[in-house]
Design a protein around this ligand. Structure first.
Ligand code: GRE
Ligand code: ZN
Length: 326
């Protein structure tokens, strides 16, 4: 398929490039490093070769979310966003931008979102899970009350919020001890991100801000796979006596406030499941470059056994609509 749009496509700034290194062996890292820092050369070549017309770029992970010093988090986010804005302005027909946000300070995050969306034309934000706030062993999740004014700003600006994975903190990795291969994309990214998404739902956030739209990568970060059971037990209308605040069944919020992308999960059964669960309007193509290859993502997607109407929507039209692209 030509002219696909991809939404989870990463770059790194000089401040954040080191965060991606440990995922790769020493022989592979120099190539990934080069690809993360590149905008105009290899990235465009590969997009052309793979039929990807437009990508919305975002910073690597955990990057800003892993910076304990709030002043530095604000500074690194701003510099990364300015670097990205400069690159996008050179090729606005090929690149759009998601803002990195210093969520350690909700007011600063709201201001940076306003700046990047209103002044720089960014399409929304991509945030790498909870933020380490003040001390390294502190995780701030965005359902907490101090974030609600931030969400009001997201709703006011009317842009999507992409909740991207990061690993749980070392103090929360008991189940992974002795099995470091379970961390990162192999497993830990998805339950960590899925729990965060469910916290947003359960907090009643979407009752307060009924227009908010959240994007999850990797075909739904396991939320999709368990949504009936979660909804069955956790909803206020269900069996759970533990004080969930959300008024309606979880599955309703999942269907009305979430989109999922194919980033890093090139599995037709899982994509079909997403189409059935959320509808073909809420599934969007992405690759997760350079952690995955555009070639594998595109070859899989272009040939996947889904209807051609769904392929057009997932490959391009849904993104055009969600981000109001021409
Ligand atoms: C990502 O950010 O998407 C990512 C990493 C590290 C490994 C794989 C991956 O940050 O998809
Ligand atoms: Zn990613």
């Amino acid at each position: 398929m030509q002219d696909k749009i991809a939404l989870e496509e990463h770059f790194a700034s000089p401040d954040t490039i080191g965060d991606s290194k440990h995922y790769f062996t020493a022989d592979i890292w120099p190539e990934r490093r080069r690809q993360l820092l590149d905008f105009e050369a290899e990235r465009i070549e590969r997009m052309d070769a793979c039929g990807i017309g437009y990508t919305i770029l975002s910073l690597n992970a955990p990057a800003v979310q892993g910076i304990v010093d709030t002043v530095r988090a604000i500074d690194v986010a701003r510099r990364a966003n300015d670097l990205l804005a400069e690159q996008v302005s050179r090729r606005p027909e090929r690149f759009g931008a998601f803002a990195a946000l210093p969520m350690q300070d909700p007011q600063a995050a709201a201001r940076e979102l306003e700046r990047t969306v209103s002044e720089l034309g960014f399409k929304g934000a991509l945030v790498n899970g909870f933020s380490q706030n003040g001390t390294a062993d502190n995780a701030a999740y965005y359902d907490l009350p101090q974030y609600w004014p931030f969400w009001a700003e997201v709703a006011r600006l009317d842009v999507p919020f992409y909740l991207h994975p990061r690993n749980p903190l070392p103090s929360q990795q008991l189940a992974y001890e002795g099995h470091p291969w379970l961390l990162g994309p192999a497993w830990a990214f998805s339950p960590e991100t899925g729990v965060h998404a469910l916290r947003l739902i359960g907090s009643g956030l979407f009752d307060a801000y009924p227009t908010l739209q959240v994007i999850l990568g990797h075909l739904g970060e396991l939320v999709q796979n368990n949504i009936w059971r979660t909804s069955h037990w956790a909803s206020a209308t269900g069996k759970n006596p533990m004080g969930v605040k959300a008024k309606r069944p979880f599955i309703d919020y999942f269907r009305q406030h979430f989109h999922v992308t194919t980033s890093g999960n090139f599995r037709t059964i899982a994509m079909r499941n997403a189409i059935e669960e959320l509808g073909g309007d809420r599934v969007l193509f992405s690759t997760d470059y350079p952690f995955e290859t555009m070639e594998e993502a595109s070859a899989w997607f272009d040939g996947a056994e889904i209807g051609d109407n769904d392929r057009q929507k997932i490959g391009r039209d849904n993104a055009k609509q969600l981000f109001r692209l021409n």
